[in-house]
Write a new protein. Structure first.
Length: 220
Protein backbone atom coordinates (compact mmCIF):
# COMPACT_ATOMS: atom_id res chain seq x y z
CA UNK A 1 0.00 0.00 0.00
CA UNK A 2 1.24 3.50 -0.76
CA UNK A 3 1.83 5.30 2.52
CA UNK A 4 2.55 8.76 1.17
CA UNK A 5 2.87 10.84 -1.95
CA UNK A 6 6.30 12.35 -2.50
CA UNK A 7 7.14 15.55 -4.34
CA UNK A 8 9.97 13.83 -6.22
CA UNK A 9 9.10 10.92 -8.49
CA UNK A 10 12.19 8.91 -7.56
CA UNK A 11 11.28 9.03 -3.88
CA UNK A 12 7.93 7.39 -4.55
CA UNK A 13 9.65 4.03 -5.12
CA UNK A 14 10.72 3.96 -1.48
CA UNK A 15 7.11 4.15 -0.32
CA UNK A 16 5.23 2.12 -2.90
CA UNK A 17 5.36 -0.56 -5.55
CA UNK A 18 8.38 -0.60 -7.87
CA UNK A 19 7.57 -3.70 -9.92
CA UNK A 20 4.77 -2.92 -12.41
CA UNK A 21 1.35 -4.36 -11.72
CA UNK A 22 0.43 -6.82 -14.49
CA UNK A 23 -3.22 -6.95 -15.54
CA UNK A 24 -4.49 -9.71 -17.85
CA UNK A 25 -7.47 -8.24 -19.69
CA UNK A 26 -8.25 -11.03 -22.16
CA UNK A 27 -9.96 -9.97 -25.41
CA UNK A 28 -10.66 -6.25 -25.08
CA UNK A 29 -12.13 -3.65 -27.41
CA UNK A 30 -9.46 -1.30 -28.80
CA UNK A 31 -11.30 2.00 -28.47
CA UNK A 32 -12.28 1.40 -24.84
CA UNK A 33 -8.78 0.25 -23.91
CA UNK A 34 -7.23 3.25 -25.65
CA UNK A 35 -9.40 5.67 -23.70
CA UNK A 36 -8.62 3.81 -20.46
CA UNK A 37 -4.87 4.19 -21.09
CA UNK A 38 -5.24 7.90 -21.73
CA UNK A 39 -7.35 8.33 -18.59
CA UNK A 40 -4.92 6.31 -16.44
CA UNK A 41 -2.00 8.44 -17.64
CA UNK A 42 -3.85 11.73 -17.18
CA UNK A 43 -4.93 10.85 -13.64
CA UNK A 44 -1.79 9.14 -12.31
CA UNK A 45 0.28 10.79 -9.61
CA UNK A 46 3.96 10.66 -8.69
CA UNK A 47 3.44 7.54 -6.57
CA UNK A 48 1.03 5.68 -8.87
CA UNK A 49 2.45 2.20 -9.58
CA UNK A 50 3.32 1.42 -13.18
CA UNK A 51 1.11 -1.12 -14.93
CA UNK A 52 1.41 -3.56 -17.83
CA UNK A 53 -1.84 -4.55 -19.56
CA UNK A 54 -1.71 -7.95 -21.31
CA UNK A 55 -4.51 -8.54 -23.82
CA UNK A 56 -5.73 -9.24 -27.34
CA UNK A 57 -7.94 -7.08 -29.54
CA UNK A 58 -10.76 -7.93 -31.94
CA UNK A 59 -9.83 -7.14 -35.55
CA UNK A 60 -8.91 -3.46 -35.96
CA UNK A 61 -6.44 -1.28 -37.83
CA UNK A 62 -4.79 1.48 -35.81
CA UNK A 63 -3.00 4.48 -37.26
CA UNK A 64 -0.44 6.58 -35.38
CA UNK A 65 -0.16 10.35 -35.39
CA UNK A 66 2.19 10.38 -38.39
CA UNK A 67 0.18 7.82 -40.41
CA UNK A 68 -0.39 8.66 -44.06
CA UNK A 69 -3.57 7.73 -45.92
CA UNK A 70 -1.48 6.21 -48.72
CA UNK A 71 -0.66 3.31 -46.39
CA UNK A 72 -4.26 2.68 -45.29
CA UNK A 73 -6.45 -0.35 -46.16
CA UNK A 74 -7.39 -0.59 -49.81
CA UNK A 75 -10.36 -2.99 -49.70
CA UNK A 76 -10.90 -4.19 -46.16
CA UNK A 77 -14.04 -3.61 -44.09
CA UNK A 78 -12.08 -3.87 -40.85
CA UNK A 79 -12.54 -0.73 -38.71
CA UNK A 80 -9.71 1.80 -38.48
CA UNK A 81 -9.00 3.88 -35.37
CA UNK A 82 -6.71 6.90 -35.22
CA UNK A 83 -4.51 6.85 -32.12
CA UNK A 84 -1.99 9.24 -30.55
CA UNK A 85 0.93 6.80 -30.54
CA UNK A 86 4.00 7.09 -32.71
CA UNK A 87 4.35 5.16 -35.94
CA UNK A 88 2.21 4.48 -38.98
CA UNK A 89 -0.56 1.90 -39.48
CA UNK A 90 -0.73 -1.66 -38.17
CA UNK A 91 -3.26 -4.42 -37.63
CA UNK A 92 -4.43 -6.04 -34.40
CA UNK A 93 -6.51 -9.20 -34.14
CA UNK A 94 -7.17 -12.30 -32.03
CA UNK A 95 -4.03 -14.39 -31.65
CA UNK A 96 -1.80 -11.33 -31.41
CA UNK A 97 -0.31 -10.56 -28.01
CA UNK A 98 -0.51 -6.95 -26.83
CA UNK A 99 1.38 -5.58 -23.84
CA UNK A 100 0.57 -1.97 -23.05
CA UNK A 101 3.28 -0.32 -20.96
CA UNK A 102 1.94 2.38 -18.64
CA UNK A 103 5.27 3.45 -17.19
CA UNK A 104 6.52 6.62 -15.49
CA UNK A 105 9.68 7.15 -17.53
CA UNK A 106 10.86 10.16 -15.55
CA UNK A 107 10.68 8.24 -12.27
CA UNK A 108 12.71 5.37 -13.71
CA UNK A 109 15.23 7.64 -15.43
CA UNK A 110 14.30 6.34 -18.88
CA UNK A 111 14.21 8.22 -22.17
CA UNK A 112 11.67 7.32 -24.84
CA UNK A 113 14.42 5.73 -26.89
CA UNK A 114 15.56 3.81 -23.84
CA UNK A 115 12.04 2.49 -23.24
CA UNK A 116 11.71 1.42 -26.87
CA UNK A 117 15.02 -0.44 -26.64
CA UNK A 118 13.93 -2.10 -23.38
CA UNK A 119 10.68 -3.36 -24.94
CA UNK A 120 12.49 -4.62 -28.04
CA UNK A 121 15.06 -6.42 -25.89
CA UNK A 122 12.30 -8.04 -23.85
CA UNK A 123 10.70 -9.47 -26.99
CA UNK A 124 14.07 -10.65 -28.30
CA UNK A 125 14.86 -12.34 -24.99
CA UNK A 126 11.52 -14.18 -24.87
CA UNK A 127 11.94 -15.42 -28.44
CA UNK A 128 15.59 -16.43 -28.03
CA UNK A 129 14.67 -18.41 -24.91
CA UNK A 130 12.36 -20.41 -27.19
CA UNK A 131 15.00 -21.00 -29.83
CA UNK A 132 14.04 -18.25 -32.28
CA UNK A 133 16.71 -15.77 -33.38
CA UNK A 134 15.25 -12.25 -33.47
CA UNK A 135 16.78 -8.85 -34.02
CA UNK A 136 16.28 -5.11 -34.30
CA UNK A 137 16.56 -3.07 -37.49
CA UNK A 138 18.25 0.30 -37.43
CA UNK A 139 15.73 3.08 -38.01
CA UNK A 140 12.74 0.71 -38.00
CA UNK A 141 11.43 0.12 -34.46
CA UNK A 142 10.18 -3.39 -33.76
CA UNK A 143 11.53 -6.93 -33.76
CA UNK A 144 12.29 -8.98 -36.87
CA UNK A 145 12.92 -12.62 -37.74
CA UNK A 146 14.81 -13.28 -40.99
CA UNK A 147 13.74 -9.85 -42.24
CA UNK A 148 10.02 -10.29 -41.45
CA UNK A 149 8.40 -8.23 -38.73
CA UNK A 150 7.14 -10.25 -35.79
CA UNK A 151 6.55 -7.44 -33.27
CA UNK A 152 5.54 -3.80 -33.73
CA UNK A 153 5.62 -1.06 -31.12
CA UNK A 154 4.64 2.53 -30.61
CA UNK A 155 4.54 4.80 -27.58
CA UNK A 156 3.06 8.10 -26.49
CA UNK A 157 4.56 10.17 -23.68
CA UNK A 158 2.49 12.54 -21.58
CA UNK A 159 3.58 14.26 -18.36
CA UNK A 160 6.72 12.11 -18.25
CA UNK A 161 4.84 8.80 -18.53
CA UNK A 162 4.28 6.54 -21.52
CA UNK A 163 1.41 4.40 -22.74
CA UNK A 164 0.61 2.18 -25.75
CA UNK A 165 3.23 -0.57 -26.13
CA UNK A 166 4.07 -3.66 -28.19
CA UNK A 167 2.17 -6.15 -30.35
CA UNK A 168 3.70 -9.62 -30.90
CA UNK A 169 2.19 -11.82 -33.61
CA UNK A 170 1.60 -15.26 -32.09
CA UNK A 171 -1.03 -17.35 -33.90
CA UNK A 172 -3.32 -15.10 -35.91
CA UNK A 173 -4.72 -14.45 -39.36
CA UNK A 174 -1.99 -12.43 -41.08
CA UNK A 175 -4.05 -11.72 -44.22
CA UNK A 176 -5.22 -8.22 -43.09
CA UNK A 177 -1.60 -7.06 -43.14
CA UNK A 178 -1.57 -7.56 -46.91
CA UNK A 179 -4.22 -4.86 -47.34
CA UNK A 180 -2.02 -2.15 -45.81
CA UNK A 181 1.59 -1.03 -45.87
CA UNK A 182 2.53 -2.36 -42.42
CA UNK A 183 4.18 0.34 -40.34
CA UNK A 184 4.33 2.47 -43.49
CA UNK A 185 6.57 0.06 -45.46
CA UNK A 186 5.06 -1.22 -48.73
CA UNK A 187 5.60 -4.95 -49.11
CA UNK A 188 6.93 -5.44 -45.58
CA UNK A 189 6.81 -9.15 -44.71
CA UNK A 190 5.23 -10.11 -41.40
CA UNK A 191 5.48 -13.36 -39.49
CA UNK A 192 4.39 -14.93 -36.19
CA UNK A 193 5.71 -17.25 -33.52
CA UNK A 194 3.51 -20.20 -34.56
CA UNK A 195 5.15 -20.19 -38.00
CA UNK A 196 8.49 -20.87 -36.33
CA UNK A 197 7.46 -23.79 -34.16
CA UNK A 198 7.03 -21.88 -30.89
CA UNK A 199 4.44 -23.41 -28.61
CA UNK A 200 2.26 -21.18 -26.47
CA UNK A 201 -0.74 -18.97 -27.12
CA UNK A 202 -0.99 -15.21 -26.71
CA UNK A 203 -1.81 -15.49 -23.01
CA UNK A 204 1.18 -17.74 -22.23
CA UNK A 205 3.63 -15.62 -24.19
CA UNK A 206 2.04 -12.53 -22.68
CA UNK A 207 2.90 -13.71 -19.20
CA UNK A 208 6.49 -14.38 -20.27
CA UNK A 209 6.88 -11.04 -22.02
CA UNK A 210 5.32 -9.03 -19.19
CA UNK A 211 7.62 -10.80 -16.74
CA UNK A 212 10.68 -9.95 -18.81
CA UNK A 213 9.66 -6.30 -19.18
CA UNK A 214 9.23 -6.13 -15.39
CA UNK A 215 12.68 -7.64 -14.85
CA UNK A 216 14.38 -5.13 -17.13
CA UNK A 217 12.47 -2.20 -15.65
CA UNK A 218 13.32 -3.24 -12.11
CA UNK A 219 16.99 -3.73 -12.97
CA UNK A 220 17.35 -0.01 -13.69
Amino acid sequence: MLVSVQTKRGEAFAHGRRTPLVRNLGLADYAGTYEAMRRFTAERGVATPDELWVLEHPSVYTAGIAARVAHFPRTSGIPLVRADRGGQITYHGPGQLIVYTLVDLERRGLTVRGMVALIEQSVIDVLVERGLAAERKSGAPGVYVAGAKIAALGLRVRRGSCYHGVALNVDMDLAPFSDIDPCGYPGLAVTQTSAHGIDGDARELGEALASRICELLDSR
